[in-house]
Design a protein around this ligand. Structure first.
Ligand code: 5GP
Ligand code: MN
Length: 342
């Protein structure tokens, strides 16, 4: 189990044990399984404890995560600006979950910055913003969900754990490790999973709900991507996919439909860098993945206003889709040696 003994948890423990706190839990834009699972685990736990809790996410939640208990309680803050700002302003405790950079919760970063609440950040991305009073951030940990579980235990809150909360945590760990294929070489992760199984979670059902829950349109879009849109640059051990607004419309694109696409090119023998470019209304969203020693977060932060983990990161571009892809391809020669040596 992750050792949290070096953190000063006195204040947060006192607050949580005092009861009746107004707790805001907020996670990042384009939420993934770890963001939603970690946030809902805390939300459900705090509700069990009798606190007034509210969960926020800047934009929509993909359908394949909506089975988690109380997922319908999420405030989609972009649609509820007024309510979000009021609840943040009135909170006594704020939990910032699974992000290291305040601009990942825009347009609410300013409210969090100004909030007088006691702030706790739980995350596993490098270089967290110093936005919180208590920062529990460990990059070696598989997922924020795994940290959340250790946090719950370390604070002595295990009596409030139940099967639903264990499922949320398991979903976070499962998705952030690609079903235990990466970010999961530490034994702690498996001890945590073993304890979660003791809550009688049905891990096979969770797999099914997350990975076998896509629409027919999404499967066809994936086929189209692989057949018509994948560009393989053998000389750089790189492959990428790009999708325009027009193409997305043709396949009735819904949020979450491109989940996992960025990993597909990594299945090609020898490919160590993969990218996905999705044209949005006012920007291009970029996802980057790598294998071996090559780190992609430096490319995301230096060139695409983003960041993330060494092997999974993302960013944005305010140029056209074509220009963005061109910029990416032109960058590769700079990294040629690194890309070829892995
Ligand atoms: P994805 O490619 O799945 O959207 O994101 C993968 C990882 O990249 C996320 O877990 C997050 O750490 C990081 N990431 C994605 N987009 C951004 C972004 O716009 N800004 C920052 N700082 N990190 C991002
Ligand atoms: Mn995560």
């Amino acid at each position: 189990m992750i050792d949290l003994s070096s953190y000063n948890i006195t204040k947060i423990r006192d607050l949580l044990f005092q009861g009746n706190q107004k707790i805001v839990i907020i996670t990042h834009r384009n939420p993934d399984g770890d963001a939603i699972g970690s946030s809902l685990a805390l939300y459900n736990l705090f509700v069990q404890m009798g606190h007034q809790a509210n969960v926020f996410v800047p934009n929509k939640i993909p359908d394949f995560l909506k089975w988690m208990k109380n997922c319908d309680k999420f405030h989609i803050s972009a649609d509820q600006q007024q309510k979000t700002s009021e609840l943040i302003a009135g909170a006594s405790v704020v939990f910032a979950i699974d992000f290291n950079d305040l601009n990942r919760i825009d347009p609410f970063s300013e409210f969090i910055r100004l909030s007088k609440a006691y702030k706790v950040l739980i995350d596993h991305h490098p270089d967290p913003d110093s936005l919180a009073d208590l920062i529990i951030s460990q990059t070696v940990v598989s997922s924020t969900a795994e940290l959340v579980y250790s946090f719950i235990k370390h604070l002595g809150l295990s009596e409030y754990m139940d099967k639903d909360i264990a499922e949320c945590i398991y979903a976070g760990i499962m998705t952030d490790t690609g079903c235990f294929s990466f970010n999961s070489s530490r034994t702690d992760t498996f001890y945590t999973v073993a304890e979660l199984l003791d809550y009688k979670i049905n891990k096979d059902r969770i797999y099914d709900l997350v990975y076998d829950n896509f629409s027919f349109d999404r499967m066809k879009l994936m086929g189209y991507c692989l057949d018509k849109k994948m560009v393989y640059l053998k000389e750089f051990n790189t492959a990428y996919l790009s999708l325009s607004q027009k193409e997305l419309k043709e396949y009735n694109f819904k949020i979450g439909d491109s989940e996992g696409f960025v990993n597909l090119p990594l299945s090609i023998h020898g490919v160590v860098l993969s990218a996905l470019f999705i044209e949005k209304k006012n920007m291009v969203k970029i996802s980057l993945r790598s294998k071996g020693k090559f780190a992609v977060n430096k490319i995301a932060s230096e060139y695409f206003h983003g960041g993330g983990h060494e092997k999974a990161s993302g960013g944005e571009s305010y140029e056209s889709l074509e220009k963005t892809v061109e910029k990416f391809v032109n960058l590769l020669s700079k990294y040629r040696n690194e890309l070829m040596e892995t």
